[in-house]
Design a protein around this ligand. Sequence first.
Ligand code: AMP
Length: 285
Amino acid sequence: MADVKVIQTVSEMHRVADQIRADGLQIGLVPTMGFLHEGHLSLIGRARRCADRVVVSIFVNPTQFGPQEDLEAYPLDFERDRMLIGDFGGDLIYAPDAEEMYPEGYASYVDVEGLTRHLCGASRPGHFRGVTTVVTKLFAAVKPHVAIFGQKDAQQAAVIRRMAQDLNLDVEVLVSPTIREVDGLAKSSRNFYLSPEERQEASVLYQALQKAKCLVADGERRADVVIGEMRELIERRPLAQIDYIEAVDTADLQPMEEFSGEILLALAVQFGKARLIDNLVVHTA
Ligand code: AMP
């Protein structure tokens, strides 16, 4: 296994990033909250292919969790993550602690409007403000040429793309496909919370997305019909509690009543302690 250096301070991260850049090399960043799975590893692989040095950040960002959310319980296994990162081609881990990121007196936040109005932006107030703030800070510390995000968090990827464009950040934002279990459940650190029964039922999320895709392929254009069918399928699972099911335009993430063009079907469903999200892009043409 390659020896993966761990950096915990902004000043050390700046020094190392400046050195890599001075050597004429490209930096790829994969931001994560740790407890890595194949989804994260696929992003590291993508970064490896498009950059010379791959930095994986591990930071469970308190500002993106609401007061009733799972910050305290979020799963961690730093040593396992470190081994996986080495095995899958990461060169450096940037793992600051909360004090380093948000010292006493911290007062600056980044907010993206519009794209954050619906989906998780509506059901997790303040969440994206925390995400865009921490990603800005990670970009500032790591100075990446390219940063890789997962389509699994489609709204997050769209918001970060918009932020990078609006704030003229000199970072290329790439989005990689969702990696799934064999039954279609999207890999997620939060799947760890699922009981065996919840885990079994959770495959309904993918089934609902596939059902929607079939309906659209068969010519259905009414959002309420498609969403109604998805809802009906998920509600048959007794352990599932729907947070939202929405259909939005991929361009602006605003709800669509009549489908045309490219539509993002997105859902969030609670199974016990785990709030799971998933999505699929469908086309009418
Ligand atoms: P997280 O650690 O959950 O904050 O995720 C870190 C990055 O991994 C984000 O860009 C996620 O979108 C991405 N990611 C999480 N799960 C998956 C997955 N199943 N497939 C692809 N990317 C993922």
